[in-house]
Write a protein that binds this ligand. Sequence first.
Ligand SMILES: CCCCCCCCCCCCC[C@H](O)CC(=O)SCCNC(=O)CCNC(=O)[C@H](O)C(C)(C)COP(=O)(O)OP(=O)(O)OC[C@H]1O[C@@H](n2cnc3c(N)ncnc32)[C@H](O)[C@@H]1OP(=O)(O)O
Length: 615
Amino acid sequence: MRSKVVCNCRLGSKCRTGVFISVPLRSTFCVGTSYILAVKVSYIVAVIMVDYKVQGSFAILEVNNPPVNALSHAVRSGLNDGIEKASRDRNVKAVIVCGKGATFPAGADIREFSKPKKEPWLPEIGHKMEKCEKPVIAAIHGTCLGGGLEIALFCHYRIALKTARVGFPEVQLGLLPGAAGTQRLPRVAGLQVAMDMISSGRHVLATEAKKYGIIDELCLKAVKASVDFPYEKGLEMETEFFKQLLGSGQSKAQQYAFFAERTIARWEMPNGNYRTAVAKPVKSTAVIGAGTMGSGIVVCLLSAGIPVYLMEQNEKFLNNGLKMIKSIMEGSVKLGKVSPEVGRKAATLLKPTMNYNDLKDVDLIPVLVKTCRGFLANRMHGPFGTEGTFLVEEGALPSQVDRVMEDFGLPIGPFKVRDLSGVDIAYKIKQEVAKLLGIKTTLQTRFMNGERYCALNDRLFHLGRLGRKTGKGYYKYEKAGGKIATEDSDVTDIIEKHCKELGIQRRQISSQEIVERMMYSCINEGFKILEDGIAVRPEDIDVCYLYGFSFPRYLGGPMFYANQIGLQRVYERICYYHENFPYSPHWVPSRLLRKLAAKSVPMNEWMAYATGSKL
Ligand SMILES: CCCCCCCCCCCCC[C@H](O)CC(=O)SCCNC(=O)CCNC(=O)[C@H](O)C(C)(C)COP(=O)(O)OP(=O)(O)OC[C@H]1O[C@@H](n2cnc3c(N)ncnc32)[C@H](O)[C@@H]1OP(=O)(O)O
């Protein structure tokens, strides 16, 4: 006589599933519940992530791997077993593949990319589905992405909810679809649609996707193979390209960026955290100051459909700000960043004023903090800007520095940025510091408060070269307010005159030195920021750079970039520059970096050394 089995699923003794898995010393679970059998003893006994059910003459393979049903090894094994079982079962006439909960599988399990690879592979499972003599139907809802879409493309039929989204976002991870997507999508949707979907990834603007040169090229080659070669050969080529990309630093950085964005959302503060925080409705706002930053904030608020007062004391500045906002909003509509409707509505939501009384009932006034050292982004970017100017003083030209940094991956070089934000802004910030220190600078000043000082920017300011707005700054422009930067021999003359007056011997400066001095100086500051507890993890800094400075995603962020270079190397170069430039405090090596470099600490353990005890 069989003893009665009590199942540990939600139904307990009422469970009538009849197929059980025993977990030694612990429990018994039925197959087909929504439970994932992961036993928290020293080993995992069984993991079921595809529920197999037969309803009438349909076998249902329901992927059950919350939250996004990623195609982990356990899911792949479940799908593989499921399709074999359904093929054998005489009562089954058709097979449905679907996802439980929020979505159809949203792709391969990205976390597994950095682990030892385990069969069965997706293409193998897909081919089993395709060869199955019974119709296999993908029932799609939610986000059917990457490997999920590839599975769907292997099925004989695809049905989807109207609200479902499909796509190949691999490009955002520095990859291409690796389970026949590049071969099957063109056959289903045509070459043009396939190329567009694969190279844009749908989640990125096409303009950004263009930056992923190598991926574009491999995507193109793989998709082209779908027309030039038989399916098997095309598949072989796709696998080869996928492996190449998976091993690339670019893909690793993009995978890191994906998880970093999610990690930083789990913030903790002394008074609460991301779970306990409650959003307050914001119905009206005000921004004080119609300069570049204020106008930028207004644009963000208007794009989110929030009414905003723009407050300025000076009418001319107010009108300039309004013009700038109008032009940015129009540009955003043109680029498809905001819808034409939002663009039209923006005009009604924006209320210019010169009267503080208008602001008395608004819910929110963003505060622009004016501190010289800054908190995170500005503090790290300080050395970056300073080193740029020093490089020019020593022998580089602004256009050379910009070109090198743009080649490195920045969307716009530091001197073009300075022309954009205004040479006068940089000048006034320096003057405020000098005033605080009780120092009066001249064009001959080389040290301020014991630190190296470069007065080149001051020279441009005094010559009225304030940047784009005056039609000339570090570059010349087609007109005041123009956007086309052209090298200007007058700037070279100004730099040479400056060096001659101060007795500075100019020298050839290599691209490597430019990248190192620009990047390592701000990375060093980044480690000091971690040391000071201003950022709680390197991901905070990296995401700040990805969004705040459009740092190239394929480098992950400055801290990830440092990790990829190797902390030992970065530390050595910082020490070298510290020796050569002892009057620049940003080259004093971070203690945290020294410790991490000496012990080769992996990035996910850095913060254990930042808390003081190990420092
Ligand atoms: C060397 C030998 C090699 C041999 C190779 C030969 C065989 C080749 C086989 C290759 C197979 C390739 C298959 C395929 O082509 C490649 C891929 O599929 S890559 C993955 C593509 N998919 C994606 O990039 C989707 C990423 N996810 C999202 O965009 C979003 O998460 C979402 C699905 C739109 C949902 O968004 P939200 O609702 O906002 O939820 P979150 O984003 O917050 O996510 C919730 C939670 O889930 C985690 N997560 C999401 N997606 C994945 C994933 N694909 N893998 C792992 N984890 C994922 C996310 O991190 C969140 O968790 P948290 O980080 O908060 O803990």
